[in-house]
Design a protein around this ligand. Structure first.
Ligand SMILES: [Zn+2]
Length: 209
């Protein structure tokens, strides 16, 4: 047993169950990069009411509609999923606060551009209807209707683009249509949002600027 192995042994004792679940290879990798504190289960401190995007209003979703996690350390974040609420802002908030709803997104962007955050980006929101995509993405709802082009205002595009630009910057997500996707593009979904009236070209251009 070399020194490195002995160190790993000690670390494994210290972190116990989490280390066993992660496995020796991951542990060795973490040890090598001095990132042992980033192992799953070693959570970053949280401040009540904190938001991930400056200016967003915090309105918590029901904990039944997301899974507590420690992203990006336990799951890499490499997608932003664009949604449309198919209703008004108030009804979307009500649904996301309803434990029986079974779904919620991290953010809602309103027609006037105001942004509400309901779930921390640390956590896995149930918004994509696909476990893997939930784990790897941040979900943004937009107030309005898929079939109504007038839902998507200048203020909404501008505000949502700033939000997505910040998310892409935070996690190193490329600004392209492979990584910034509609709910419609999630494998296995029967949802069509954001629909044909969502101007992807305009949206991506704004994110880049
Ligand atoms: Zn959706």
């Amino acid at each position: 047993m070399g020194d490195a192995d002995r160190r790993l042994g000690r670390r494994a004792l210290l972190v116990g169950g989490a280390a066993a679940a992660v496995g020796t290879a991951a542990l060795a990798r973490a040890e090598l990069t001095h990132l042992w504190w980033r192992l799953p289960g070693v959570e970053k401190p949280r401040v009540a009411g904190a938001v991930d995007f400056r200016g967003a209003r915090w309105v918590p979703a029901s904990p039944a509609n997301y899974r507590r996690a420690d992203r990006p350390d336990d799951y890499a974040v490499d997608r932003v999923v664009v949604h449309v609420t198919q209703g008004g802002y108030a009804s979307a908030v009500k649904a996301f606060q309803d434990p029986a709803h079974g779904a919620a997104a991290h953010y809602i962007v309103r027609r006037d551009g105001r942004i509400t955050q309901l779930i921390r980006e640390l956590d896995v929101a149930f918004h994509a209807g696909n476990r893997e995509y939930n784990e790897r993405s941040v979900g943004i709802e937009h107030e309005g209707f898929v079939q109504d082009a007038s839902s998507f205002t200048d203020a909404m595009y501008a505000s949502s683009a700033r939000l997505t630009a910040a998310i892409c910057g935070r996690y190193g997500i490329p600004v392209d249509r492979e990584h910034i996707i509609g709910h419609v593009q999630v494998p296995g979904t029967d949802h069509t949002d954001p629909g044909p009236h969502w101007d992807w070209e305009r949206y991506l251009q704004k994110i880049k600027n």
